[in-house]
Write a protein that binds this ligand. Structure first.
Ligand SMILES: [Zn+2]
Length: 260
């Protein structure tokens, strides 16, 4: 089986003492054909690139997580972001978005930071990778008013109300993480059963949210086959046929970096 992981944080795995080189070796001999490493603040790109430069088939993003909205000097960190884009040519802006679960800062301030980054993504012709927690209706409204023009991925999709079709009407891709396998997440499972398959992606969000049967462990891209298998089951599909479609969806947004 071939598979792609559309959201992980290698740098966070490394910080937790995880051996990246041996993991990448195992992954490559096990059907892993790519994925995207995600940033959370502009300057993390410098450290992340030290790891990423060894794996030229991996995509990577850079962006400011909504927690940065509290900073007094938004313009300074946005300038840093612009610098990182110029210097490292990332493949997406993210993860950016709204998080009303944690008391990062006011919704208004988070929205301001989010909109500025959508504008930056449009300026640089890059897709956006979105973090959305407890902000579903505001997220939908903002995406309608400030359309990302080069692709939209809603990562760790877990919208409570039945808004999937509204997001898909905006041509957003919904990326499902390991928490789809958790018993109480009926709303995520229901969404994954009915949305058009050509707008689905699968991710780990490593090192977080390990799928069952690895729940509670440090998550790594190596656990993604569980999520593919589980979600294919929800769609009543063979895992292999399902994963081919998901990989092709990813490649539509992120064309492969290396010719094989
Ligand atoms: Zn993430």
């Amino acid at each position: 089986m071939r598979y792609i992981d559309s959201h992980f944080h290698l740098h966070h795995l490394a910080e937790k003492g995880f051996e990246i080189p041996s993991m990448m070796q195992r992954l490559q001999s096990d059907g892993f054909i790519g994925g995207i490493d995600i940033g959370v603040d502009p300057l993390d790109m410098i450290k992340r690139y030290e790891v990423l430069k060894n794996y030229p088939f991996l995509h990577y993003s850079v962006g400011l997580y909504p927690s940065h909205a509290e900073t007094e000097s938004l313009h300074i960190i946005l300038d840093q972001l612009e610098d990182m884009i110029e210097k490292y040519s990332p493949h997406a802006i993210g993860e950016i978005g709204l998080d009303y679960h944690w008391d990062f800062s006011t919704p208004e301030r988070q929205q301001e930071l989010f909109i500025l980054q959508i504008q930056m993504a449009n300026k640089h012709k890059l897709p956006v990778i979105i973090h959305n927690r407890d902000a579903d209706h505001d997220m939908l409204k903002l995406l309608k008013e400030h359309r990302p023009e080069y692709g939209t991925i809603l990562h760790c999709y877990s919208v409570e109300d039945d808004l999937s079709k509204d997001f898909i009407a905006l041509d957003a891709y919904l990326s499902f993480a390991g928490n789809i396998t958790y018993k109480n997440n009926n709303h995520i499972q229901e969404a994954a059963k009915v949305i058009p398959i050509d707008h689905m992606l699968i991710e780990t969000d490593s090192p977080y949210l390990a799928p069952i049967p690895k729940r509670g462990k440090l998550n790594t891209p190596e656990f993604i086959p569980y999520t593919y298998e589980y979600t294919a089951g929800l769609r009543q599909m063979e895992t292999e046929a399902f994963s081919e479609i998901i990989c092709n969806n990813f490649k539509r947004i992120f064309p492969p970096l290396l010719k094989k």
